[in-house]
Design a protein around this ligand. Sequence first.
Ligand SMILES: O=c1[nH]cnc2c1ncn2[C@H]1C[C@H](O)[C@@H](CO)O1
Ligand SMILES: [Zn+2]
Length: 358
Amino acid sequence: MVAIRYEDIVKVPKALLHDHLDGGLRPATVVELAAEVGHELPTTDPEALGRWFVEAANSGSLERYLETFAHTVAVMQTAPALRRVARECALDLAADGVVYAEVRFAPEQHLEQHLTLDEVVEAVVAGFVEGSEQAAAAGTPIRIGTLLTAMRHAARSQEIAELAVRHRDTGVVGFDIAGAEAGFPPTRHLDAFEYLQRENFHFTIHAGEAFGLPSIWQAIQWCGADRLGHGVRIVDDITPGPPPVLGRLAAYVRDKRIPLELCPSSNVQTGAVASIVDHPIGLLRDLRFRVTVNTDNRLMSGTSMSREMALLVDAFGYGWKELQWFTINAMKSAFIPFDERLRIIDEVIKPAYGKLLA
Ligand SMILES: O=c1[nH]cnc2c1ncn2[C@H]1C[C@H](O)[C@@H](CO)O1
Ligand SMILES: [Zn+2]
């Protein structure tokens, strides 16, 4: 087999379902925006700041990992700042060969300078539109859908769900809950999920990352999640083989084709898995779960979609066939309409991988 080159992974089309806007800022942008608002950073050298984020996020605990977001959220409190961050996000993803991305953030965390929730969403969506237009002009087209996140420790999920539905025709394609998982089960937000189902809207839930099977079970069987954010702890319901034996919940997730938004580097940093080679993605792929590969937080992990793919190539010996499978899985699981998903699969993804596979 011909070795896969990193620059070819960058060129090939990729689809990304789980990426946080406030976890993907350019370090130089954090420095500039912090200077404008007088926010104190651990260092004002962009390179050193990039390293600081990765080291601080390498904490082995989700709670400590999340503390690093104080510095990004602090500089994302005005419409121009939100718009800039979203525009740069679109450009960075497109330059990395991402052709479809769903990017999420929590509007309730961006109200410190008195923006309304609607103004926050409008600024971010405008930034994505602007960035996508610039990316298309540069020859790297990207389609971006926005997901609105509610923080699971707070009590604004119904309000954020209504906000998402209000903006469904202008860029918002889904809803999510995030934040510390232990002690904050998805059923705390059942009203919001039931509302979204009545609205025929889409949602994913961060579940099975820092907490195990009960969280996944609630997300799917109580709340009706379309996808699982991480969901990596589903392996706790698989008895190692050979052959591996699936418990009832694992079988349900696999057989219903519920997409797993796996984020390899992030999982190592929060201690959910020991290392990339130990990541259950290998087992879950072999068992034909609907596995997708994601970045989670590019700044905190010092990563990109191409880098996550390359890490899996190194750890599991994957080739273009597997990278295409992950990409098509993600595209099939996207929250945009079916005909748009199919168009990207048939006209963008398959022709590009077809050339490499030939
Ligand atoms: O991996 C994660 N698990 C739970 N919460 C997360 C993760 N990555 C980011 N967040 C939180 C921190 C952000 O401020 C928030 C919205 O993007 O979502
Ligand atoms: Zn996440």
